[in-house]
Design a protein around this ligand. Structure first.
Ligand SMILES: Cc1cc2nc3c(=O)[nH]c(=O)nc-3n(C[C@H](O)[C@H](O)[C@H](O)COP(=O)(O)OP(=O)(O)OC[C@H]3O[C@@H](n4cnc5c(N)ncnc54)[C@H](O)[C@@H]3O)c2cc1C
Length: 457
């Protein structure tokens, strides 16, 4: 690339070379039950299994039959967007894609009941037609409602709970075939079932608290990471959503701020002031950290700012088509910035071969026992990513202890190496969850090898 081409790098192409290398094709899955089931594979391709049975459920009665007529492990499957081995089994996979859609709604309470196999992204338009919008959405919307809530999937915003925090009722079919309609009046069972890791049974319906349909305005720009970290609490308090993607080998981050608006739908691109890049050589594979830093900083300074207005469900989530693997921990919000700094410093000092940015967000405290934001204090969530074609372990093994140092709790759907001994210390109601799990599934049918490690079973 010559200097003129470099100069032309717009914000978009900058993101293409940095974020896109990094950030994000939904792995298509067969949903039929075959005599010879097809192997299962997750979105990133890092996990696979050859189940004995793959059951595409069309009704709750059919699900009850499968539970009664099969032996061995049962794992419910969403859209396979988890990076951690929650699904793999040589037993039976239960696929509930057909249990989808809006089953009922009420515009006085602004609640709606969804088939648990609905993809988040398929609910936005029909909810909008009914006058409702979901409170918040994660970075992508290809997850199922059951899969997303099972792992405490969250978006950005200090005033916003995870999706599980907006569940007002759910229907759980236990491995013994009992049908449990669970809501807040069920107390402990409700708090256990809203983030359940697919370990309590199969969820078939979920009712959620929504709000009136709304539009959002998103602003994206790059700025020095230290400046953004210094402003983080104020921006998080004063804007509906605020998050940053700290760039590795750079003093800069991409900032993302979203607020409610009545402005017309559209997009504006504000060109950056041109920065002279001609003195920079594009670092090759062997570039030193200092060379990468110089180039990334210049590219970040040359990035355009964008503003976009759209319906909430179109603006909150993104399409990520380059597969990657991810580790995410939550830490108390007050130590989040320091944790980010230590990760960035470690990547630089150890010259770790990674191009993906970090992601740094705040989430509201909430009640579901296994939420990574359980308790009374807001949490910061911090993610690291590695392209799916490369081995993530060397990188993640170096960074994970940094999360532990700051009291980090792992995201259940993302890669971590913790087991029962550590988890029971991090989640105050962990043993209570285990008791409920044992009472609903005394034979351990919902447990694969990964879940046995988590629950010491
Ligand atoms: C590109 C990408 C971006 C992401 N962005 C975010 C983000 O912004 N925020 C965030 O928090 N997470 C994020 N995640 C993680 C993702 O949201 C979670 O891993 C989520 O659980 C995946 O949902 P799924 O439908 O694919 O479920 P799966 O991965 O298929 O399953 C997840 C869990 O749900 C259980 N489950 C599924 N269906 C049922 C059911 N019917 N009954 C009971 N249990 C069930 C499974 O057994 C399993 O334990 C992202 C993942 C990817 C790949």
């Amino acid at each position: 690339m010559n200097s003129r081409e470099l100069k032309k790098l717009s914000r978009r192409s900058f993101l293409a070379s940095s974020l896109r290398t990094a950030l994000f094709s939904a792995g298509a899955m067969s949903t039929s039950a075959f005599a010879q089931p097809t192997p299962w594979r997750n979105w990133s391709g890092g996990l696979s299994c050859q189940p004995a049975g793959r059951h595409d459920i069309g009704s709750e009665d059919q699900l009850a039959d499968i539970l009664a007529s099969t032996r061995g492990t049962i794992r419910p499957v969403g859209s396979g967007h988890s990076f951690s081995p929650l699904i793999p089994t040589d037993g039976h996979l239960v696929i509930i894609d057909q249990l989808s859609g809006i089953l009922d709604h009420d515009n006085r309470s602004m609640q709606a009941t969804f088939g648990a196999g609905s993809r988040l992204g398929d609910l936005g338009a029909p909810l909008q037609e009914l006058g409702q919008g979901m409170m918040n959405l994660p970075d992508i919307d290809r997850q199922t409602v059951a899969g997303a809530t099972a792992t405490g999937t969250h978006g950005t915003g200090i005033r916003f709970k995870s999706l599980s925090g907006y569940v007002t009722a759910l229907r759980l079919i236990t491995p013994r075939g009992e049908v449990l309609d669970i809501n807040a009046s069920d107390g402990d069972l409700f708090d256990a079932a809203r983030v359940n890791l697919g370990a309590l049974g199969v969820v078939t319906q979920i009712r959620m608290q929504n709000r009136d349909a709304y539009k959002l305005k998103k602003r994206e720009w790059t700025a020095p990471t230290e400046e953004l970290l210094a402003e983080f609490d104020e921006r998080a308090a004063n804007h509906r959503h605020f998050e940053i993607f700290p760039l590795v080998y750079s003093d800069y981050s991409l900032a993302l701020q979203i607020d409610e608006t009545d402005e017309p739908i559209g997009q504006t691109i504000i060109p950056a002031e041109e920065v002279e890049l001609s003195d920079l050589r594009r670092p090759g594979l062997q570039a030193t950290p200092a060379e990468k830093l110089a180039l990334n900083n210049a590219l970040a300074q040359n990035a355009e700012m964008t503003e976009a207005v759209d319906l909430s469900y179109k603006l909150l989530s993104n399409i990520r088509s380059n597969p990657f693997n991810e580790m995410e921990y939550s830490v108390p919000a007050e130590v989040g910035a320091e944790c980010v700094r230590e990760i960035l410093r470690t990547i630089y000092d150890q010259a770790i071969d990674v191009a993906f940015p970090l992601e740094f967000r705040y989430v509201s405290p909430e009640d579901p026992w296994l939420s990574m934001a359980y308790g009374d204090e807001p949490h910061a969530t911090i993610s690291i990513h590695r392209t799916a074609s490369a081995d993530y372990r060397p990188y993640f093994d170096i960074i994970e202890p940094i999360f532990w140092k700051y009291g980090g709790r792992p995201h259940w759907g993302k890669i971590h190496s913790l087991g029962y001994e550590q988890l029971k210390e991090l989640y105050p109601r962990y043993r209570d969850f285990m008791e409920i799990r044992e009472s609903l599934d005394p034979d351990g049918r919902m447990l694969n090898e990964h879940l046995k490690l988590l629950f010491n079973a």
